[in-house]
Write a protein that binds this ligand. Structure first.
Ligand code: EPU
Length: 355
């Protein structure tokens, strides 16, 4: 049951500690959720105030362009439950669990399947929204269902994995159900038999020194952590939201055109017709790695990550993103799509301006 002492609504709260990009923005109201039973009342509170409700996980995939004139609701519910049927393990976890801690907990209990997704910042409830993925695995591969509150129907509902309409860094929660469905719980299917997924070349290489038979899921998790720590800045040290752009999908024709001029262009095959270009490589090839304007910059070790050196505003971060989009478009004729959620949503349409 909720700790009612904590579920207090506060006015005019600085959100800097609530977003990993470290943007200084003020929430009109901050109303934390400790138990899903409190959710209908918080929705009602927002409706009465005539304000949007803004659920927040760890704030690791959001760019605050302006002060949210909204009821910002950090989701802090933390229950979990395990059901075991032979080899199969069903883990049901409340939305507020820290994702990486949950992954490590599964591995300590010898439940396998999430090891490649180690050290991804954020919460369990936010993970399905962008269908988190890394090193050849996406959450959709193990997701059984998502429970949440539908604000239109005013009731809790269960969506199956198929109903979540997952795509690359995409789901129904980013589209049709944006603003109307609040995720409170996820159920994942794990296994008690370890079967490594080494389809991602860099990970395969990084574990190749372990004799195959001695490789454990914890070793994979540790290796993923090491790779991520080398490439990606720790949000506690340097504000960031991970990849700022999606890897763009292009046709064979576009890829061939680019490779005529840039023989080292990096791309992954999606199917016979489409390829995913490495957006980090595109930005890097434009000479923008390490580029900095004021306190908004392109991370020096991975150009796909934009960083806040301290006092950058959301507007400055997005102006930098737009500049990068323009440079990449002018050089490669490819449009980069911003990956994190932008508040307010309307300016998500940040795109090539055509001049
Ligand atoms: N590259 C460069 N220059 C750069 C950055 C990358 O040349 O500045 C090259 C790398 O050398 C590599 C290729 O681009 O050959 C791809 O880079 P990397 O392996 O780092 O992966 P990514 O495509 O940049 C994606 C995900 C990451 C995920 C990794 C590993 C997206 C948008 N990003 O990055 O996810 O950790 O693969 O699976 O799909 C995130 O979503 O926040 C995130 C970090």
């Amino acid at each position: 049951m909720a700790d009612m002492e904590h579920s207090v609504c506060k006015e005019y709260v600085n959100l800097k500690p609530f977003n990993t990009l470290g943007i200084n923005a003020t929430a009109r109201y901050l109303y934390p959720l400790y138990s899903e039973v409190e959710l209908p009342a918080i929705c009602q509170f927002a409706d009465q105030k005539g304000l949007p409700l803004m659920p927040l996980g760890a704030g690791s995939n959001i760019v605050l362009h302006s002060d949210p004139d909204a009821v910002v609701m950090p989701i802090l519910c933390k229950d979990k439950q395990i059901t075991i049927h032979d080899d199969e393990v069903l883990l049901t976890a409340s939305a507020g669990h820290n994702w990486h801690e949950l992954v490590r907990w599964t591995l300590q209990h010898n439940y396998y399947g999430l090891e490649n997704l180690s050290l991804i910042p954020g919460t369990a409830g936010a993970a399905p929204i962008q269908n988190i993925g890394a090193y050849g695995v996406e959450i959709k591969d193990s997701l059984v269902s998502v429970r949440g509150y539908c604000r239109l129907k005013k009731q809790f509902m269960l969506l199956t994995g198929d109903e979540c309409e997952f795509g690359y860094r995409d789901s129904i929660f980013k589209r049709k159900l944006r603003n109307t469905f609040i995720i409170t719980q996820i159920t994942l299917r794990l296994s008690r038999t370890f079967s490594p997924n080494l389809s991602y070349d860099n990970l395969h290489k990084a574990v190749s020194h372990y004799p195959h038979k001695t490789l454990t899921a914890l070793m994979i998790s540790d290796t993923v952590c090491t790779i991520r720590k080398k490439k990606l800045p720790d949000p506690k040290q340097l504000g960031n939201v991970g990849s700022f752009f999606k890897n763009p999908l292009v046709t064979r024709q576009t890829l061939d055109k680019i490779r005529k001029k840039y023989t080292n262009a990096i791309a992954y095959t999606v199917n016979n017709d489409f390829y995913k270009l490495a957006a980090g490589w595109l930005i890097d090839a434009c000479g923008l790695k390490g580029y900095r304007k004021g306190d908004a910059g392109v991370f020096q070790d991975q150009a796909l990550v934009l960083v806040n050196y301290g006092k950058a505003t959301g507007k400055e971060m997005l102006a930098l993103a737009q500049f990068i989009q323009q440079q990449v478009f002018d050089t490669f004729n490819v449009l980069l799509e911003v990956e994190p959620c932008i508040y307010p949503y309307i300016i998500k349409k940040i795109a090539y301006t055509g001049n």
